[in-house]
Design a protein around this ligand. Structure first.
Ligand code: SAH
Length: 247
């Protein structure tokens, strides 16, 4: 195989200052950028660089196309927002490689990025300062009953939680159901953060409680954080103490 390579890189939550130097250097060496159109648009055009934007929900086709370009000698970067390993393209790439093991001969690298929940948590203070979990609320690749089950277990385990893909036009009612389950499992004063478009000009951060939260506070550009039972306010900040349980 020729000198092609394939990298999956995280572009961070939006701001150029949150792209790692490693990712910037790799983009500068690429011949081809592959990814969901809004993410590809974040890569500056330059001579010698071919952009391959595509729609969402075509991850396997996109990964296969990228692997073929690399196998032909291209230096390919598949771009994801945030971190490529968090509900994004890195796992999709390995699914395709598992089905086509000949691609294992390629030079493959995954470059981390700042994921939405960490950028959002930093804006609010430190709501993920103790044990936490991340749940993708989309039922695109799993049944919603599994979302409900994991949510309930996480609440009973007193994990703080971050929700990705909380609400979309195609499934507007499920986030209301998520709030209903949380209300069954947690006290009304439980702290929550709705962080929309973090680190972009449209950023909006809303600190609220489970009692006050309503489903229209979330959309597909929002990451939602739910504190654990000890998460509290200090001044305008929200944080979760590092200690939990009995002394
Ligand atoms: N790989 C990405 C997540 C992709 S799933 C990452 O690590 O961040 C897409 C979801 O991520 C969105 O529905 C939203 O919940 C969240 N998200 C991505 N960018 C965001 C941002 N700038 N602000 C708030 N949430 C964001």
């Amino acid at each position: 195989m020729s000198a092609g390579w394939i990298t999956v890189a995280g572009l961070g939550p939006g701001d150029a200052g949150l792209v790692t130097p490693e990712v910037t250097q790799t983009l500068a060496q690429a011949t081809d950028i592959v990814g969901y159109t809004p993410y590809v648009e974040r890569v500056p055009a330059r001579p010698g660089l071919t952009l391959h934007p595509s729609g969402n929900r075509v991850e396997p086709e996109r990964a296969l196309a990228a692997l073929e370009i690399a196998a032909g000698g291209g230096r390919v970067v598949i771009v994801s927002s945030g971190d490529p390993g968090v509900f994004a393209m890195a796992a999709a790439l390995f699914e395709v490689i598992e089905a086509h093991p000949r691609f294992l001969a390629l030079d493959i690298r995954i470059l981390p990025g700042i994921t939405a929940m960490l950028a959002a948590a930093a804006r609010a203070g430190a709501p993920l300062g103790h044990d936490f979990c991340a749940i993708n609320l989309s039922d695109n690749l799993k049944p919603f009953t599994l979302v409900e089950q994991r949510l309930r277990h996480a609440a009973r385990g007193d994990f703080a939680m971050a929700f990705y893909n909380p609400r979309s036009a195609s499934r507007p009612h499920q986030f209301a159901r998520v709030l209903e389950i949380l209300r069954e499992e947690c006290e009304p004063s439980r702290e929550m953060v709705f962080a929309r478009a973090v680190s972009t000009p449209e950023e909006r951060l809303t600190l609220t409680t489970l009692a006050e939260a309503h489903d229209e506070m979330a959309d597909m550009r929002t990451v939602v954080i739910v504190g654990n039972a000890a998460t509290r306010r200090v001044g305008r900040w929200l944080y979760t103490p590092r200690k939990a349980g009995a002394e």
